[in-house]
Write a protein that binds this ligand. Structure first.
Ligand code: 3PG
Length: 211
């Protein structure tokens, strides 16, 4: 894996980017190892819990082959803290020029979230053409992506939000979809129970989703 990733490389590594919520630093390393064993190495750790940065740091330091990403990046400060913790890519739920510029300045590939045509145009103005469609299923799902493929023919999307193993195939078969994102690979109960075998199995199944 190259030192400096591109957003496209992040999207093309596997059919699914897992959206991960970690409440306990002790879970971070075994969870990352399970995802890796299942064939998923791009890991989006959301900045939604007080432990998130420490979890990123633990994975970045201890799990060879894992590529730590930061999710829920909502400010330039979030982006800077994520890089310090070892993040090599970022995902945001929306787009602001400030977050876009901060990630550029940090050399941090960003998948900015969009759900309207105006937001796509703003992200493109900021130089971003690989975007997260969020919340994908709530905001129009495959029909919206098909509609966008005309005017935004040069954009690749990672639909996230409401994606499941059942609907992932339809999304992944669209030419403007490079991958999907979802939290189903790391269920909260599997994490709480330390059921790493289940997480590994879910990851392996996710890698087999056709694109
Ligand atoms: C999120 O921000 O929580 C992600 O979009 C994941 O959504 P999901 O839980 O519906 O996969």
């Amino acid at each position: 894996m190259a030192v400096n990733l591109t957003s496209l490389q992040v999207m093309q590594d596997a059919p699914v980017i897992p959206v991960i919520v970690l409440n306990d630093v002790a879970h971070a390393v075994p969870m990352a190892r399970a995802l890796l064993a299942g064939g998923i190495r791009m890991l989006e750790i959301t900045l939604r819990t007080p432990q998130a940065l420490a979890c990123m740091e633990a994975i970045a330091n201890e799990v060879e082959g894992a590529v730590v990403g930061a999710g829920t990046v909502r400010s330039p400060q979030d982006a800077a803290a994520a890089v310090k913790a070892g993040a090599r890519f970022a995902v945001s739920p929306g787009y602001t020029p400030a977050v876009g510029q901060a990630c550029k300045d940090l050399g941090l590939p960003l998948l900015p979230g969009v759900s309207t045509g105006s937001e796509i145009m703003m992200a493109q103005e900021g130089g971003y053409t690989e975007l997260k469609f969020f919340p994908a299923m709530q905001a129009g799902g495959p029909a919206m992506l098909k509609a966008w493929s005309g005017p935004f023919f040069d954009v690749k999307f990672c639909p996230t939000g409401g994606v499941t193993p059942q609907n992932a195939h339809e999304l992944l078969s669209l030419p403007n979809v490079a991958c999907v994102g979802g939290s189903w690979l790391v269920p909260a109960d599997a994490m709480a129970q330390g059921d790493w075998a289940r997480i590994e199995k879910l990851a392996r199944e996710a890698t087999q989703l056709a694109r």
